[in-house]
Design a protein around this ligand. Structure first.
Ligand code: TLP
Length: 343
């Protein structure tokens, strides 16, 4: 029985065409700035995001942390949603690397409200941490793949400007937000001081993320990347995969979203409770009286891989992606139905 892997959109394997692009890539030493394929990828992503410059880094975690590292100083505070990836799933990096703390807001679907953000900004004074930045996530992972309304981002941008704060946008799945709404990446990124985007989620590249911002900030990000050991040498083989993904796989994200909706409908028919509407490629589901850990183990024995989401004991997360076809979604639903019947 072939497993159907719905744990994450990070599990995709490079396609044959992507591997070919990787094999053909022109490369050089990127620590010297001499890898032409990395340079091209950085230019393309900067242009897509409407920023002066961009920097290729190995992972989304490094992209977020290098961004937050350039925006803050030790003792500063950032404001973000309580479930934000940059504080929930990055091994305590914000505190460990930069000496920065987070003031969190329990935001509906992870989408920050400007009024609540403003209330969370510290007053001036020696005793207070200095609020330095607001961190957003679009789409929001723990918000079930929620898409930020553009107006909300604009309002947060206006607030940040008025209060002298930076805005960091974790756009690991920004491409999914764009596919869901038709809004251009640069529109979502306009208000942000720094933006991180991933090539290895929905786009299907084997590794790689970028940080985008002003030329000066990106130069500083380059320094922090080196400090963290993220200066890669002939990284053009990875950048080539990223370029291929950007040029060929953004257009197909709508398929993943349609598959996610199909999965969600099927799960609802099986008695699953969906805490959030499905807007993109993430599906959260709970089955009353069943722990997600137990269900995840039982599903694995039927060849359906899905992880407990972690924020509630009964919540499972299922993710559609490049390596899951519509037929496999139907097959997964049939297998899930069997597991639910059996136990
Ligand atoms: N998220 C992973 C897990 O860490 C949860 C996943 O499977 O969804 N920002 C966001 C919004 C993310 O969802 C992720 C990955 C990252 C950053 C970090 O990217 P990587 O894994 O490349 O460090």
């Amino acid at each position: 029985m072939t497993p159907i892997d719905l744990r994450s959109d990070t599990v995709t394997r490079p396609t044959a065409a992507m591997r070919e692009a990787m094999a053909r890539a022109e490369v050089g030493d990127d620590v010297y700035g001499e890898d032409p394929t990395v340079n091209l990828l950085q230019q393309e992503v900067a242009a897509l995001l409407g920023k002066e410059a961009a920097l290729f880094v190995p992972s989304g975690t490094m992209a977020n942390q290098v961004s937050l590292g350039v925006l803050t100083r030790p003792g500063d505070e950032i404001v973000c949603d309580a479930g934000a990836h940059c504080i929930s799933f990055e091994s305590g990096a914000l505190a460990a690397l930069w000496g920065v703390q987070a003031r969190t807001i329990a935001a509906d679907r992870g989408l920050l409200d400007p009024v609540e953000v403003e209330a969370a900004i510290r007053p001036a004074g020696d005793v207070f941490p200095r609020t330095r930045a607001v961190a957003l996530e679009n789409t929001h992972n723990r918000g079930g793949g929620a898409v930020y309304p553009l107006e909300r981002i604009r309002a947060l941008g206006e607030l940040a400007r008025r209060r002298g704060l930076h805005l960091h946008l974790d756009g690991a799945r920004l491409w999914n937000a764009c596919a869901a709404t038709g809004i251009a990446p640069a529109e979502y990124a306009r208000e942000a001081t720094t933006v991180s985007v991933c090539l290895s989620k929905g786009l299907g590249a084997p590794a790689g993320s970028l940080v985008a911002g002003s030329r000066d900030l990106v130069a500083e990000a380059r320094r922090l990347r080196k400090r963290l050991g993220g200066g890669m040498r002939q990284a053009g083989v990875l950048a080539a995969a990223g370029l291929h993904a950007l040029r060929n796989h953004r257009g197909r994200l709508a398929e993943d979203h349609a598959n996610a909706r199909r999965l969600a409908d099927g799960l609802t028919e099986l008695g699953g409770l969906l805490p959030f509407p499905v807007e993109t490629n993430l599906v959260f589901v709970a089955f009353t009286g069943r722990s997600a850990a137990d269900l995840s183990a039982r599903l694995a024995s039927e060849g359906v891989l899905a992880n407990p989401e972690g924020s509630r004991p009964e919540l499972l997360r299922l993710v559609t992606h490049l390596d899951v076809s519509r037929a496999q979604v139907d097959d997964a639903l049939a297998r899930i139905a069997r597991v639910l019947r059996a136990a």
